[in-house]
Design a protein around this ligand. Structure first.
Ligand SMILES: NC(=O)c1ccc[n+]([C@@H]2O[C@H](COP(=O)([O-])OP(=O)(O)OC[C@H]3O[C@@H](n4cnc5c(N)ncnc54)[C@H](OP(=O)(O)O)[C@@H]3O)[C@@H](O)[C@H]2O)c1
Length: 257
């Protein structure tokens, strides 16, 4: 039986990955800060699907957290077949007016932790000549986003980094996929401090849909997937057809409160 490690598994897209992979008889290692939520989910999935589910409560922003997580997985003598780097958050508001620590922590979680975990687990996968890594980016990766400048920049990093790794690993037996979700039902807007009018965005799709499309793309060994409707495909392609200044002006109108 295969084992997947999912970061940010206590809520939203990460939780939906756990639920879907459990139905596909995949053992799980669930990671996030909220021990209680992870424990409840783990008990439920173990009971329903008769799989092994381990909970590792870890704040991935902390110094040494990723190495600690990796060491815990080795102590449990678990081989990770699928790493899902999903934990992440955004922050809404004009850059200079927002808390600097929060911006730096966002870079730490969305970028540095993802890079470190990828480095730690990729080597093992390459020597086994099998395995897969899914990095959760965002539609925001394709555009500069005024009022979410750091978030969009972190997701652009994840997109670029992951597509490069996809090519580097084409012959190694390890699949790399970057998923770029559009607005998805989760706790994201709450955590990002979005104004109420943004939180009620009707275009949000269920997290389960993102997960199903991602696993389909992974099966086909694709490098990149943008989830959601046709509108999302149009938006991510805007910078290919419009001057950059026009694109950033358009996005600014959308995101200005
Ligand atoms: N929802 C969207 O519209 C959307 C669109 C595009 C991309 N995304 C991306 O999808 C990913 C998942 O987000 P989501 O929408 O599912 O949001 P969410 O519901 O807020 O889930 C975020 C997850 O990350 C975990 N997390 C947050 N800080 C952490 C930390 N310091 N250490 C470890 N885990 C931490 C949270 O658990 P704890 O609080 O328990 O730690 C939670 O499980 C993110 O990378 C996000 O950028 C979301």
């Amino acid at each position: 039986m295969k084992t997947a490690l999912i970061t940010g598994a206590s809520e939203g897209i990460g939780k939906a990955f756990a639920q879907e992979l459990a139905t596909r008889q995949t053992n799980l290692v669930l990671v996030a800060r909220s021990q209680d939520k992870l424990r409840t989910l783990a008990d439920e999935l173990q009971e329903q699907h008769k799989i092994r589910v381990e909970v590792i409560s870890q704040d991935l922003i902390l110094q040494g957290a990723c190495q600690n997580l990796y060491d815990r997985v080795q102590d449990l003598e678990i081989e990770i077949d699928l790493l899902i780097n999903n934990a992440g958050f955004g922050d809404y508001g004009a850059f200079a007016s927002r808390d600097l620590q929060k911006q730096l922590q966002m870079i730490q979680l969305n970028v540095s932790a993802l890079v470190e975990l990828t480095h730690l687990f990729l080597g093992q996968m390459q020597s086994r000549q099998q395995g897969a890594i899914v990095n959760v980016s965002s539609m925001s990766a394709f555009l500069p986003i005024p009022y979410m400048s750091i978030y969009a920049a972190t997701k652009a990093f994840v997109l670029s980094f992951s597509e490069s790794l996809w090519a580097e690993n084409r012959e190694t037996g390890v699949k790399i996929l970057v998923v770029c979700p559009g607005p998805t039902e989760s706790n994201f807007s709450e955590a990002a401090d979005f104004p109420k009018v943004r939180k009620r965005n009707p275009s949000h799709i269920p997290a389960k849909e993102v997960v199903e499309k991602t696993l389909e793309a992974l099966n086909k060994a694709e490098p990149t997937i943008v989830t959601g409707g046709l509108g999302n495909q149009v938006v991510v392609n805007l910078p290919r057809f419009l001057p950059r200044e026009t694109v950033v002006n358009l996005v600014e109108k959308q995101f200005k409160n």
